[in-house]
Design a binder for this molecule. Sequence first.
Ligand SMILES: Cc1cc2nc3c(=O)[nH]c(=O)nc-3n(C[C@H](O)[C@H](O)[C@H](O)COP(=O)(O)OP(=O)(O)OC[C@H]3O[C@@H](n4cnc5c(N)ncnc54)[C@H](O)[C@@H]3O)c2cc1C
Length: 433
Amino acid sequence: MHVVVIGAGVVGVCTAHWLRAAGHEVTVIDRRANVAQETSFAPAALAAPALAVPWSAPHMPRRWLRQWLRPHGPVLLRPGLTPANWRWLLRWLGESRARQFALNQDRLRRLAVYGQDSKLALIAARNLPVTDRPGCLRLFRSERELAAAQAALPALAEAGFLVEEAAPARCRELEPALSDETALAGGLSLPDARTGNCAYFTRQLKYALVAAGVDFIFRAEVSTLDLSGGRPRLKLRATHEPDDPDATQGPTAVPATLDADAVVLCTGADSAGLLRRLGCQPGFVPIRGYSITLGIRRHERAPLAAVIDEATGVSITRMGNRIRVAGGVELGGPREPSASGPVPEALWHVLRDWFGGAADTACPQMWVGERALLPQGTPLLGATPHPAVFVNLAHGSHGWTLAAGAGRAVADVVGGVAPQIDLDGLTLASLRR
Ligand SMILES: Cc1cc2nc3c(=O)[nH]c(=O)nc-3n(C[C@H](O)[C@H](O)[C@H](O)COP(=O)(O)OP(=O)(O)OC[C@H]3O[C@@H](n4cnc5c(N)ncnc54)[C@H](O)[C@@H]3O)c2cc1C
């Protein structure tokens, strides 16, 4: 079967791997000049099932409100929210009730655990370099926040996740460079959590897939999905992306149309147009987040692994000789995002609070990405109303964690095989129920 994957982010490229492993002929199409150029380019790098928590948690509305009202908070609702944005916020409040959250949490965790196992299997199958670092420390500035997180520990232990309570002195043993000028009530250490470079992983996987016979067509936007005939027909439009020195394909001619036996949409935050062709309006909105990646100036002041500042949800991750600060929630406003403004400013504050003086701030790599997020925080996998079109979408703030497992489950559905995990609550059909 010839399967076309639209979208070469981490989700699309992982899906292509599992489709190829199942014996299909696979073509991946992207409008950019290489893989991982949009939301998969510079996310926070955390991959841990214990951290796969939907944003629609009971404590989150109050936290967002607090952060929104703070002068240097990382939550920003821009003026001029659209009706879709307001609908999303109302649904999100509804999903934040304790009972609904527990259901969504269970679904997301199930996929995150499968994602972790599937990533290891994928790395072994394609012989990819392993560059992940172990360890993540959640830092709590106040006793109240710490106590609330401690209340969730029995459930995490029951689910088999290793989480160790860490008094401030233990936090400083794990991360000796933590500033002692910032209030620290305590931490939770996740020794099994991993951090890794999502874009690097996706590029390495692309090379392996090209060698395995997967076709990549870059600088080609799918403008329409023609479903009027028996097989899906994609209409393509060449884009004018600048050359990428790391791209495997030069500026080749883009075909006007492409026929497929099956199509998988892995189009991330910009999926609304193609979904409408299928008569679907699943209701996710793009929520912007930012990252700043910096070289290390003083190693003795830099983090050894990853920390999360729980008050703001901002993470600081060590990536070789660099540090990445990431987070923020920005809704509404112009579609064309800017890499400056209140949210990046909040990231700078969090970095200074915990690891002041560690980074060389002269040449920061500023980045903004759009998370496709459903109010319930779970992704959409598998079948659509059209029998030859499938989705692997709405990975929100956990796509790097989920991609390998989601791709595997969707490849199974495309091939008519029962997935190894229960997809209840993770499909378009369950959304309509
Ligand atoms: C600030 C921030 C921090 C994050 N931190 C983490 C983290 O710590 N851990 C974690 O697990 N996740 C994290 N994430 C989430 C993660 O980055 C995303 O879930 C993931 O990258 C989504 O991957 P994707 O492949 O679905 O989307 P993308 O990477 O955006 O890929 C979609 C692709 O589809 C292409 N495309 C779209 N429409 C078309 C079309 N019509 N024709 C051709 N091509 C098209 C685009 O060009 C793009 O390349 C974070 C996200 C942000 C913003």
